[in-house]
Structure formats: structure tokens, C-alpha cells
Design a binder for this molecule. Sequence first.
Ligand code: G3P
Length: 218
Amino acid sequence: MKIFLDTANISEIRRAAEAGLIDGVTTNPTLLARASGGKDAKEIFKEIAEIVDGPVSAEVVGLDAETMLSEGQRLAELHPNIVIKVPLTEDGLKACRQFRAEGIGVNVTLCFSPLQALLAAKAGATFISPFVGRLDDIAADGMQLISQIRQIYDNYGMETEILVASIRHPQHVVESALMGADCSTIPPKVLWQLAKHPLTDKGIDAFLEDWKTLGQDL
Ligand code: G3P
């Protein structure tokens, strides 16, 4: 399963890229507003795309297909790693089909149902982003949506990659991998949690204590 980092924070992206842990980055207007510090969004997309060797999702803000297409075409020119993120609306699907015809990668976002995911695949989306955490927030079952989309895409050999989004905790990542999701986009805090286990820390402490009794250097 590919791991994408869900942030526009450059230092977190650098840290994860230097650790060799990420295959791409996803952003959205909220994440940009949090991280920009007044910097131009297009400059941030470019900087991220230069750090990461993989797809970097940059979201359009227009609501009609024509505006999405002109915004997306400008974004796609920034760097070959840029993938255009469009919302799962009728206009978003229309823009998706056109971007794909032009050879531009598309991440269709804000997906909350298996039928929306089916339509995104039919529009040729590169990635579909189902938001599992936001479904859990309204007492629905976010991970059940992933399992449904996996089954539908497998039934028909659809090549759109399932990019699990709105991940809130490591268990979402475990279940995504078990269900055969293609990618998970993970907030930095959760990514660092994945590496942690109290028994690992306890084991290191015990080994170091025992090593001290040898009184040797390596
Ligand atoms: O990639 C979009 C997704 O990260 C949204 O997450 O936590 O705002 O629901 P959240």
C-alpha cells in the first residue's frame, strides 16, 4: 500500500521524505490555510513537488467544470508530479474526464458513497478519495465504504486507485491495508505513531541496560 502524507507542512514533508516513508502528498484548502504562513499556494505546491518523488494533489476551488479546468491546467503546469484534486460533483466528474483526456492525473475527493466512487472510476479518475474519518464522525462506518469500493472496482477491473483519506488513527491504516486499499493518506501525527510501540521502547531500554554491564564500546 502506498503511503501519502496528508499535509502542506513543508518541514513534516521533508522529515517523512528523508525517512523514505512517503510515496506522495495530498493537500486541501484547509491544510494550505494552516501551513501557508502567507506564502503563495502555487509556490507551496511547487516546493512540495520538488521534495517528493510521487503524486502531489493540488485542489481546485472553482465549482463549475470550466473554472476547474482552467485552475487545474495552471496547477498541472507547475510540476509533472502535480495531480489535480476535484470534488465529487457532476462538474468535478466532467472536469475529471477532460483532465484525463489531456493526460493529467486526477484525484476525485470528498467521496462518501460507493456509487460516487463508481462514477469517479467511470470518469477515469486516477485516485478516488473516500473520507473515512468524516463518516465515522457522523456514526457511519468509514471503513465499510472502503471494503465496498474495493469490491466494486475488483468486480469490474476498474483501475482507479483507492486513496483512503480523512484518516484519524493507526487502526484506519491497518484496516486500509487489510482491505487492499491502494494508498492511504496519513496526517503527520498518525504517520509517526505508526512507527511506535511501547514494547520496542521497553526492549531498547533493557538491551542498553544489559550492554552497560559489559562495559564495552562498539
Ligand atoms: O485528504 C483530505 C482529508 O485529509 C480530510 O481529513 O481530517 O479533515 O477529515 P479530515
